[in-house]
Design a protein around this ligand. Structure first.
Ligand code: GLC
Length: 784
């Protein structure tokens, strides 16, 4: 059963019934001010940092679910009935409903008894506020007397404190109204404020929640709406809201538009001035057009036409869109990661840059600099940082044995290398960047050198990387105090990082450094192969007793996904071992909904393995389908020339392919989720943790750079596809360093991998050159 469909032309996903299995959300804003909007209007807003600058509240684990939100109530003054265009919170059965999630905006439309209400939410021009553009239409041939109530519930800036210290928070927060603007701020703060505003004539307002909602009521039946007027409350304490009541007398077939603005102001004296250009419906419309133009340009750097419609939809629109959200918010704030405990992950954000590199390399560079600033002088890095305060940390896991994870710092190398390939900005490597002590600094190159050095200097008995608190798999906590647990995965990632450094320095002619990294690479490669080849696949780790994890000899967790894919990605496995371990992945780990992380799953808690064994079998890292890992397998298959197998893996997890099966899948079919319950779980196939996942960036990479093979290199654009053998070819348009390449790929012999010739503008070439920015060129690639 489905709950909606893709509107390709408008780049929207249209939800046609409000009772989706979970709230299906969208993000508004571009990474500074913004928020989450669900298909029934639920969600919340924040400014730069959802933990430290929360603007509106959201009650997680609440019943009824998904509240509060950005609510519009429409009330008929003649019979007192009221409803919401987005169904919640009144839950009146509507005559018509739909929700359109678009790029950076959401439109909720509802119809009830001859009135349609449509509200569009978005952040205009990267401002620190959001627009709610409401249209109310009387579809009848007689006039109607209506009222509109607009409502949002403010939060104390620090979202944890808002829950934790209600004694303080509820005594200090102040809500005021003045001429169309409601402000909300803590008593001791003299400058900034949250606000809610309109230019429309306000007939009454509330700034106090208790006044608007009334005693023992909820957002479903607020006293103010029921009685048809707010009480003009001033909030001197307790909880604050922004609520306006506006009278609407609509003639037959008449439509009225009203703009509301919700936001954050650094200086509350300036609010009126800040918002004045956005309060009219015409200006709001124009701002939405600019937003759409931005997204067209963002997604326009890459577009493809392949024989697979779902792939086209994701590569061209949805996967690109999701990548920007993970780039903005890492794993910080969603309906699953609550924007309370964890900030921006270092490893996560470093990987997220890969998904946007082709379109916003400058922004990627800026984030990379922030991540490099999270590095210690010895090369390891914080595990996370908070964007508003800049403060970093190692996370909120209960185990406090370590102040480092074994992998965070190594991902920086992949991010920097991808940036240099995309931009050609070799000067960046020389740029000086501070370490996290804020006093020592080093060039970007030296930062990367220290990243490799840290792992090199922290190896265990098998001469491979020590495990630290964990590696990519946060839940594999093997070091229980002896300090000898090792991670095969991190060792392979180190090999990948070293090989990228070798490639870069070979290109730059830095022979000494090349030699150094080659020696480091070889040493680790040999150590891995000597200690960790298990016969049919690679072991995953060694525990703190020196015993293998992910080996035939284990009862549970015999084979893990990451030490197979990274054996290939890290160039650790020879061809024979690579073929064997990838075949083992297919045989033991694959399922119709994706490849599981490991098999068989652990059945009981085991403190020598840690977090992974807290999950029931088939869940998340314990035998679930942790989707982030799947594109790594795709890329590995492609490196071995297996285009059909890679595409099978790609297709089976494409969210769009779960649209008809949404009742089981539960989560949004327009973005990747983080995990799907695996084959050992009774609810096999249920998705969870939508939106914020490394799956987004890596599937962007696997599909565009490896399956379609269009990727940046230091001095050219490479087109080296590995597509399903039956495809005749495909077309693509890629803007690279300002040059537009119109690409046609032909696969005449149905081989699918390997290139026999490349022509640019009719001339055969070895490599596709980087032309002058602004020019356009036609590339034809004929496969073997
Ligand atoms: C979560 C974390 C990520 C980690 C993954 C696997 O997605 O954000 O950093 O790699 O889980 O444990």
């Amino acid at each position: 059963m489905r709950y909606g469909y893709f509107d390709k032309k408008n780049k929207e996903y249209v939800i046609t019934r409000p009772d989706t299995p979970t709230p299906w959300i969208n993000y508004i804003g571009s990474g500074a001010y913004g928020g989450i909007v669900s298909n029934t209007g639920g969600g919340y807003s924040f400014h730069k940092d959802p933990q430290n600058r929360r603007v509106t509240r959201y009650r997680y684990n609440n019943i009824p679910a998904d509240r509060p939100g950005r609510y519009i109530y429409i009330r008929n003054r003649e019979n007192g009935e009221y409803w919401n265009p987005g169904y919640q919170p009144v839950q009146k059965k509507l005559d018509d409903y739909n929700c359109r999630h678009g790029m950076g905006y959401t439109v909720l439309s509802g119809e009830y008894q001859g009135v349609t209400g449509e509200v569009t939410y978005f952040v205009p021009d990267d401002k620190d506020f959001e627009i709610w553009h409401l249209k109310v239409n009387n579809t009848r041939t007689v006039s109607q007397k209506l009222q509109v109530f607009a409502y949002s519930e403010f939060c104390f800036w620090q979202a944890v404190m808002d829950q934790q210290n209600v004694d303080w928070v509820q005594q200090i927060n102040q809500g005021r109204y003045e001429d169309g603007i409601i402000t909300y701020y803590p008593h001791y703060i003299s400058d900034n404020a949250a606000f809610f505003a309109t230019a429309e004539k306000v007939s009454s307002y509330d700034t106090n929640l208790e006044a608007f909602i009334g005693k023992y009521r909820s957002e479903s039946n607020p006293l103010a709406v029921e009685q048809g007027a707010c009480s003009n409350s001033v909030s001197y304490r307790m909880n604050g809201v922004g609520a306006f009541c506006i009278e609407l007398d609509l003639k037959a077939k008449e439509e009225k538009e009203i703009v509301f603005i919700l936001g954050f102001a650094e200086d509350r004296k300036n609010i009126r001035e800040d918002i004045k250009d956005y309060l009219s419906p015409e200006n709001a419309r124009a701002a939405l057009d600019r937003l759409k133009a931005y997204w067209d340009s963002y997604t326009g750097k890459l577009s493809v036409e392949t024989p697979d419609e779902d792939m086209n939809l994701f590569v061209n629109i949805w996967n690109q869109y999701q990548c920007k959200t993970t780039f903005n918010w890492s794993r910080f704030v969603s309906l699953y990661q609550l924007g309370l405990g964890r900030g921006m992950g270092i490893r996560d954000s470093a990987q997220d840059t890969l998904g946007v590199m082709h379109t916003i390399p400058d922004e990627a560079r800026q984030l990379i600099i922030k991540l490099l600033q999270c590095q210690y002088t010895d090369g390891r890095a914080y595990h996370l940082f908070f964007p508003l305060t800049g403060e970093g940390g190692v996370g909120d896991a209960p185990v406090k044995l370590f102040d480092w994870y074994s992998d965070d710092h190594l991902w920086l190398i992949l991010a920097v290398n991808a940036y240099v390939k995309e931009s050609g900005d070799f000067g960046f490597l020389e740029q000086s960047v501070l370490y996290n002590d804020k006093s020592s600094s080093a060039s970007v190159m030296e930062h990367l050198d220290m990243a490799l050095a840290f792992t090199h200097n922290n190896r265990g008995p098998n001469k491979i990387a020590l495990a630290g608190r964990a590696d990519w798999n946060d839940t594999l906590n093997l070091d229980i105090g002896k300090g000898i647990a090792e991670s095969v995965f991190t060792s392979m990632l180190y090999c990948r990082a070293a090989s990228e450094m070798i490639e870069l320095y070979e290109y730059l002619g830095k022979h000494e450094l090349c030699k150094k990294y080659k020696a480091m690479f070889e040493e680790m490669k040999i150590a891995i192969n000597e200690s960790s080849w298990d016969g049919q696949w690679y072991k995953r780790a060694f525990d703190d007793f020196g015993q293998p994890i992910g080996s035939e000899q284990n009862q549970y967790g015999k084979i893990f996904i990451n030490s197979q894919s990274w054996a290939v990605l890290g160039k650790v496995a020879d061809v024979e071992k690579a073929e064997k371990c990838m075949e083992s992945v297919y045989k033991y780990l694959n399922s119709k909904f994706g490849i599981v992380t490991m098999y068989p799953a652990y059945t009981e808690y085991d403190e020598t393995k840690g977090g992974v064994t807290t999950y029931p079998p088939g869940t998340k890292e314990n035998g679930g389908i942790f989707l982030h890992t799947n594109p790594w397998v795709m890329i590995s298959e492609i490196m071995l020339g297996h285009g059909d197998r890679a595409f099978e893996y790609y297709s089976q997890i494409l969210p769009g392919k779960r649209n008809e099966d949404a009742e089981l899948y539960e989560v949004e079919p327009y973005v990747y989720c983080q995990n799907i319950l695996g084959k050992e779980h009774p609810q096999f196939g249920v998705g969870r943790n939508s939106w914020l996942s490394g799956t987004a960036a890596w599937n962007m990479v696997s599909s565009s750079q490896h399956i379609l093979g269009i990727r940046a290199s230091y001095d050219s654009l490479e087109v080296d596809p590995c597509i399903p053998s039956q495809w005749q070819g495909f077309k693509a348009r890629r803007v690279f360093r300002g040059v537009t390449y119109n690409i046609e790929v032909h696969n005449p012999n149905k081989v699918g991998c390997g290139v026999s010739s490349i022509t640019v503008d009719g001339k055969e070439v070895e490599k596709i050159p980087v032309y002058e920015a602004g020019t356009e060129h036609n590339v034809v690639v004929v496969m073997l």
